[in-house]
Design a protein around this ligand. Sequence first.
Ligand code: FE
Length: 310
Amino acid sequence: MEKREKEGNIASKINATGKMNRSVQIVTNSIETAEGDGFVVHRSFPSRSIRNIDPFLLLDEMGPLVLLPHEEKGFPDHPHRGFVTVTYMLEGRFEHKDSQGNSGMLGPGDVQWMTAGSGLVHSEMPEKELSKSGGTLHGFQLWINLRKNDKWIRPDYQDVPSTKIPIVNTPDGKVSIKVIAGNYLNTKAVIRTLTPILYLHFTLQPGGEVVPPVPENYNAFAYVISGNGLFGKDNVIGDKKNLIVFKNDGNYTSIRVPENAQSSLDLLLIAGVPLNEPIVQYGPFVMNTQEEIDNTLEDYRNGRIGKIQT
Ligand code: FE
């Protein structure tokens, strides 16, 4: 791939107007791990080098996992308390059930923004038809921390079908942007968030370039789903399954794919205002103190976080 071709690109032009392009702090690889009942995920963080990216606690690429007929793998009954889980499906269908009697289906392009708040127990399993005949599951799960007071709010779901997610295309037709949370220029997402969050899915064709605004006080990172491209002020190369963490040294970033690239680039750009609060985590429980974790474990043992009725 052609690299560091800084001259004449949009990024340097905007620089001249006084705005600052963010530089890249670190590029890491996601690591394959087994979750749930053996479902393979590619975890970009937490990792040895990155504990969290406040307010974000975890990003997993689920699969892509090819299920054989009658092979059932997923995330059976488990609890959450104190944060938000965001599931974004790319391929295949997941069926969701919880201890409050909610259930639903998530298909390609759909997003479930689940505020676990004070807590619930849920399961996320491949839909029955897919388990029967086999197929591919591919998607993302992001964990977003909640502020101290928001940890005790009632659990809340925003199930958003792909058709409701706004898509922006650049005038040259080389870039499309799905606005999952926050906004891209004048296009606003339909999902509501408790603290400011940006969640964008970009697809760039060869020769495509974007300079998405990312306020300086947001912590920001990108995750490459497929292809490769050049990121930030120094045109750092980001490849498939790379996590690219940006420094807080600018109010936009740049992403581009050289004209002669062999394939398009698909990536997530995720950013949010840090909470700057203490984090005490025990698996699927994220609180501010050890005492709150101890109480949560006690609540869970005594069935106070809930149970899925079968
Ligand atoms: Fe879960």
